[in-house]
Design a protein around this ligand. Sequence first.
Ligand SMILES: [Zn+2]
Length: 321
Amino acid sequence: MNVNGSITNEWKLREQMCEIGRRVYNKGFAAANDGNISLRLDQERVLCTPTRVSKGYMKPDDLCIVDLDGKQISGKRKRSSEILLHLTIMKARDDVRSVVHCHPPHATAFAVAREPIPKCVLPEIEVFLGEVAISPYETPGGQSFADTVLPFVKDTETILLANHGTVTYGSDLEDAYFKTEIIDAYCRILILARQLGRVNYYSDQMAAELISLKPKLGIPDPRIERGLENCDLCGNSLFREGYGAPPPEPKVFVHPKIASEFPNSPIESSYTPLGRDSQGKPQPAPAASTNGRTTVAATDTEAIVQAITDQVMRAMSGAGR
Ligand SMILES: [Zn+2]
């Protein structure tokens, strides 16, 4: 491409980055001046959003260019301090051209709660996102913050940053941005479903069927290389390692098959399904609680069992007199 051609092409990419910024802002994924976006222009140069500018109102010449170490090469505005996160991902993954970091509320709620993103709930998530990691908390802006994603960066393109937000990445601006949209929509559905009551899960076998579709769609998945047969796809995680501390444990979205591993948080296993007892009488609905959990129902059941046991014991000791 000649010089004029590459300038025209770069301008189009700048316009596209401003368009992605508008989507991030209009979707409510970044309040005020939050969030940042980057795109690899070539081996040495990365186009990125400036600091202290709303992502909804950027113009093409507001954008900056940095080298892979974060040194600013051009642009009248200062580059974002969080660019180090983007560059760390790009250096670890040659195939990544674009990175989007923002604070989408539903996904960020999971990052604040440090609730692992459950699997085997929605088929599109299995295909288009795969596994999602939660990186440990670190003060934003520096290299040690950027390095928190390193243990996970090769096995996923969607990472929740604990107590902070999300980072998603891919082959171009739209690919990187769409993963943010998908993870936030998924987290929203999960929160809504939880409020309705029980979350149902499909099986490992159904998960394997979905994951095996991915090569045909050109979407890699590290779980394929590890083998899908006899694999615990719904209950296990690629990301058990890499935290340097115990990994985040599910507290709200506990797959029934692993509920016994988490005796203090088995919400699904304590759920009492609506139905009829052996005499055909309707079972009472699980008691509602303010936090949407059904553990109250289990506590009530225990209290009733204890009361009946006490009555029986009293009656027996009375009969023995
Ligand atoms: Zn941030």
